[in-house]
Design a protein around this ligand. Structure first.
Ligand SMILES: [Mn+2]
Length: 333
């Protein structure tokens, strides 16, 4: 309730919702705010904005909900908020080495590959807003898990396909270097989501979802029009120009090429404004190991099946292609 103090309006109980701007993050918060419709200020961003908690002002915050953000990457901000007296509720599935224990921290973390944040909130709320949870799970590519849960909730193939479509569209909208690159800011997209108690009316009534899909189709067409920079039977390198559409589509393109060419590794490079390249690597689906090792050799990181490099210098492009051409994808370690 707002109170007055020395003539200034001070929020007595300022609530903040902080989440990843992808489908999993937004649908986790959506479920929570259907369960507890208290007014809260939303702080979100693009998929690459993973240190969002520092944007919460310590002096103002009394209750903070955090969804789909790594504890590890937000630890200093978390400690500051707890020290300042805030209560923090945290749902997440990103691996974290250490989880703090504090009587004002209510953490629901599960690092298993079969969950995402929307499913953790769904579990906590006893499946009350299941359709939203499935949108988040499909967005995080947990297709098999979401299908099983959808079937168990009595959803037919058509309904599951609609929720998947929604999840993938919301997710696509979170990719870009900054908010100027995306169709609609994730914060504005959340406002559209929040007009609806279920995803069914959202799909029916909000043209923004169709706008995002049209944008993805255009981006994909542009990307497919670019000849590979280099390719062999084992690997392909595509270099995209420095453009908003490239920054949106690079990950989607890498996944699409990997699905169509299961024997071939994919490297999608996007030229950055500073002349370096942002790199997405997908191991061949037929032997999905080793992407992280290749990327680590060039200062990158990631998982065995999918990894990346933030900034590959232009003079490292040749050595990178060379390393890719010689990479062994079936080896472990
Ligand atoms: Mn997630």
């Amino acid at each position: 309730m707002p109170t007055h103090q020395h003539g200034t309006q001070v929020e007595a109980a300022a609530r903040f919702d902080v989440c990843n701007g992808d489908a999993d993050g937004l649908c986790a918060v959506r479920q929570w705010r259907l369960h507890d419709p208290s007014a809260a200020r939303l702080i979100t961003g693009l998929k690459r904005d993973i240190a969002l908690l520092q944007q919460v002002p310590c002096v103002a915050a009394s209750e903070v909900l955090v969804c789909d953000l790594s504890v590890q990457r937000n630890r200093p901000a978390l400690d500051r908020l707890l020290d300042a007296g805030a209560r923090v509720r945290w749902f997440d599935h990103h691996w974290s080495a250490e989880v703090p224990v504090h009587d004002r921290l209510d953490a629901h973390l599960d690092f298993s590959h079969e969950v995402c944040t929307s499913l953790l909130v769904d579990r906590y709320l006893g499946g009350r807003f299941r359709a939203w949870a499935l949108v988040g799970a499909y967005g995080d590519e947990l297709t098999a898990v979401a299908d099983r849960l959808g079937v168990a909730s009595g959803l037919g193939p058509l309904q599951r396909a609609l929720l998947r479509r929604l999840g993938l569209a919301i997710n696509y909208n979170a990719y870009g270097e900054d908010v100027a690159d995306v169709c609609i800011t994730p914060a504005a997209l959340y406002e559209r989501l929040a007009r609806h108690t279920s995803p069914w009316t959202l799909l029916r009534d909000e043209p923004v979802i169709h706008d995002i899909e049209a944008c993805r189709r255009r981006d994909f067409r542009l990307a497919m029009g670019i000849q590979p920079h280099w390719q062999s039977a084992q690997a392909r390198v595509v270099v995209l120009p420095s453009a908003a559409w490239s920054r949106r589509v690079s990950g989607f393109l890498a996944n699409a090429l990997a699905a169509v060419h299961p024997e071939q590794a994919q490297a999608v490079l996007t030229e950055r404004p500073d002349g370096h390249y942002r790199v997405s690597v997908r191991a061949p689906r037929a032997s999905p190991l080793g992407a992280h090792r290749l990327c680590q050799a060039f200062g990158g990181s990631g998982r065995a099946a999918a990894a990346g490099i933030d900034a590959l210098p232009p003079d490292a492009l040749g050595p990178f292609v060379n390393a890719l051409s010689q990479a062994r994808w079936d080896a472990t370690g």
